[in-house]
Design a protein around this ligand. Structure first.
Ligand code: IMP
Length: 418
């Protein structure tokens, strides 16, 4: 394995958490390199659902260490809560969580500004998760953010936050009530900021020492390629680079240390929030996928928009990330359909030459299999039509499929590697 990245190839919610969790049996470390509490990685272990927002999915494996890299924007309040919840459920945390000294801190002010901006944008809103991600990365780029290492001098952080509160007041960015409620949340924010300090370390030194020791490291992406701030459906994107290129800047490891880059694709397409979605099905098919796939956002609980597999964008993702392999998730959700469509290309050009909003998908139709696949353990046991569907996707993406997920549980995973 040495360093293997598991990244989202669509608009997020591809099921990366389950894949990381399943591959953790052979991993020593799982590291996240971007994003923050906007992520929602849903895991089902022994029938119980756990949603992780900031801790990497490896946390459910007691022997795996977890790294929150410098490229992340960390909300101490929510992270501390997440750590406590897991500890209370019997998952040990101490000695296993390592937070980068150089990650950015999300304050309650960032969350307030995120919600406020969305409100002001009205119908042009991005549909963010309101977790303060955009404002926090903006402060980072403006060189006015707070790095985790600064929490060691909490008085200086308080002074910085007070100045930001003052700016809010001066610029009328918060009503008197909102200021009161922000002040109220600050005590808890400082308490949590101090509580996470024992977990703070130089994670670049740590990861590089683990790489030299030959440990197996999984890198867990959050969101997906089409939400990448450079290569996604801008401006309807998140505020970080979600693609393979940002693993190095988000973890402090060299590009030559990354051995495998695996793209996770759902067997159909979903997205939450606003923005173009060429293969969206605003009809009975979309409703079927949403209902059968239980497509609700893990962070915001919004209904996800649903549509057919888009191989035009899938191939784009494979190129942008340099995927060495693909994983297909939720194949079982297609079980009852009699015909399944795949968008092979756009009839009027390709992205980004054409705006995704105007893309005209060209579809091919494949026969469905109308059989349950959830109990299958081998590719050869899948219905022929399901095998044909996977082979067509493989042919269109031009990368091998190594795993297929056919259910929520970590054991419902077919390995295609011989
Ligand atoms: P933000 O990351 O909260 O700023 O949201 C920007 C866009 O990314 C919105 O369309 C969100 O719905 C979307 N987004 C952010 N995180 C996730 C995720 O983990 N899964 C799917 N969509 C996400």
């Amino acid at each position: 394995m040495p360093v293997t990245a598991i990244l989202g190839a669509q608009w997020g919610d591809e099921g990366k958490g389950k894949i990381v969790d399943s591959l953790c049996e052979h991993a020593d470390v799982v590291a996240r390199f971007q994003g923050g509490a906007n992520a929602g990685h849903t895991l089902y272990i022994n029938g119980k659902e756990t949603i992780l927002h900031q801790l990497p999915s490896g946390i459910m494996h007691p022997k795996v260490e977890c790294v929150l890299g410098n490229g992340m924007v960390i909300d101490p309040l929510e992270l501390w809560q997440e750590m406590n919840n897991l500890q209370n459920q019997g998952f040990p945390i101490d000695e296993r969580v390592h937070i980068s000294l150089q990650a950015q801190i999300v304050t309650p002010i960032h969350k307030h500004l995120d919600a406020k901006t969305e409100l002001v944008l009205g119908s042009a809103a991005i549909g963010t998760t309101k977790r303060g991600i955009g404002p926090c990365y903006a402060d980072k780029a403006n060189r006015s953010g707070i790095q985790v290492r600064e929490l060691r001098e909490i008085n200086a952080v308080q002074q910085k936050v007070n100045e930001k509160m003052e700016q809010l007041r001066r610029n009328n960015l918060a009503t008197a009530d909102e200021i009161q409620s922000l002040l109220h949340s600050m005590d808890q924010f400082y308490t949590a900021s101090t509580a996470i300090l024992p977990y703070v370390t130089d994670t670049s030194i740590l990861l590089n020492s683990y790489i030299h020791a030959g440990k197996n490291i999984l890198v867990e992406g959050a969101q997906g390629t089409l939400l990448d701030i450079d290569f996604g459906s801008y401006p309807y994107v998140t505020s970080s680079n979600t693609i393979a290129g940002s693993i190095c800047t988000g973890l402090g490891i060299g590009p030559k240390t990354i051995d495998n880059i695996i793209g996770v694709y759902k067997s159909y397409t979903t997205r939450v929030g606003a923005g173009p979605f060429p293969t969206e099905q605003l009809n009975a098919i979309g409703d079927y996928l949403q209902r059968t796939g239980k497509e609700f956002g893990a962070t915001t609980h919004r209904k996800r928009r649903c549509g057919w597999f888009d191989a035009a964008l899938g191939k784009y993702s494979a190129r942008i990330n340099g995927f060495t392999a693909a994983v297909i998730t939720k194949l079982d959700i297609l079980d009852q359909l009699d015909q399944i469509q795949i968008c092979t290309h756009y009839e009027n050009g390709s992205f980004p030459e054409i705006d995704l909003q105007s893309a005209v998908p060209h579809y091919i139709s494949l026969p469905g299999w109308q059989q349950t696949t959830a109990q299958t353990h081998r590719l050869s046991d899948l219905p022929k039509a399901a095998q044909q569907y996977l082979r067509k996707i493989e042919e269109l993406l031009e990368i091998p499929i190594t795993y297929v997920s056919i259910g929520k549980d970590r054991r419902q995973l077919i390995c295609l590697e011989s």
